[in-house]
Design a protein around this ligand. Sequence first.
Ligand SMILES: *Cc1c(COP(=O)(O)O)cnc(C)c1O
Length: 367
Amino acid sequence: MLPTPVYNFSAGPAVLPDAVLRTAQNEMLDYNGTGFPVMSMSHRSDVFMSILHHAEQDLRTLLDIPDNYKILFLQGGASSQFNMVVMNFANGFKRVDSVVTGNWSSVAHKQMGKLSDAEIHLAADGKALDYLDLPPENTWDIDRHSAFVHFASNETVNGLQYGELPRPGADMPPLVCDMSSDILSRRINVRDFGVIYAGAQKNIGPAGATVVIIREDLLERCSERVPDVWNYQTHINRQGMHNTPATYPIYIAGLVFRWLLAQGGVAQIETVNALKAAKLYNAIDSSGGFYINNIRPGARSKMNVVFGTQSPDLDQRFVQEADAAGLKLLQGYKSVGGMRASIYNAMPLQGVEALVGFMQDFQRRYG
Ligand SMILES: *Cc1c(COP(=O)(O)O)cnc(C)c1O
């Protein structure tokens, strides 16, 4: 037993609920009396098909996903989706609109142009705002004939999040959203989106599975020229079994979905997440300038809280001492520096309270 609880603030692969890990541990060698580990059973077995089916159904319930949306659990991570959305949905289009708000949407912007006949048009760039605020939807330069509009709901590295999600106007192209780091953290209206995708390792499960939610009518754009492994229509035609899916990550994701339902679903976790974020930002804002976060309050992420002191040396000391106190992996992203506390769904309120307590103590000693 460790003397004090350990809290993991990793940005990803991130903390998973203890209860989920315990269930996985109990079922590790013998899943549900089958005599097999989930890791070692055929993905086409009835047992695994049922795991996949239930994961999908529970995700549908949690996000209230309408029947005209398909759900896939693919491999390749969120990064693979930067290209898959273009290969499948920009086919025959001249332009894709792309909104850049920080690190990940910027990577997406650059990658989307590769092997693409369509122009990837920079519809808005948060650079002019030093990535401390988000360009509002009404400033996006959108062409209604574009294949789609790509953006990220939460910038994991920069700590920015669209508090109010963009809503497509009637003659707007479909919204394609990278929700890797805030999916299932709050209620959303899936009907506002053409495609939602998310790598699992932030808020869903272990790395290896990528959730893609696709509005059915967009599948008409998929061309047979797109190789099967990159082709959404192929994956859907074969019920997610075109090639071997990431069976174990999907199983864990299913346990996380069940855990979320038991917590009261997304509406309940949204309330807890708001409380966690408020406590942490309040600790920063009430520190008299000892801790700094310069992001406009309305654009602050409730998932990734980026902060620092005035001094990189002090930041380093903070990270080291926090680690010794059981508050793990608080160092900021390499290009940003400072600290980053990722407080995804599985981070309990007590973890945030422990961090706030440590911040106050650290400031008393070094402030
Ligand atoms: C982590 C992350 C990615 C990259 O995910 P991979 O699964 O490593 O490809 C993309 N977008 C966002 C918003 C992320 O947080």
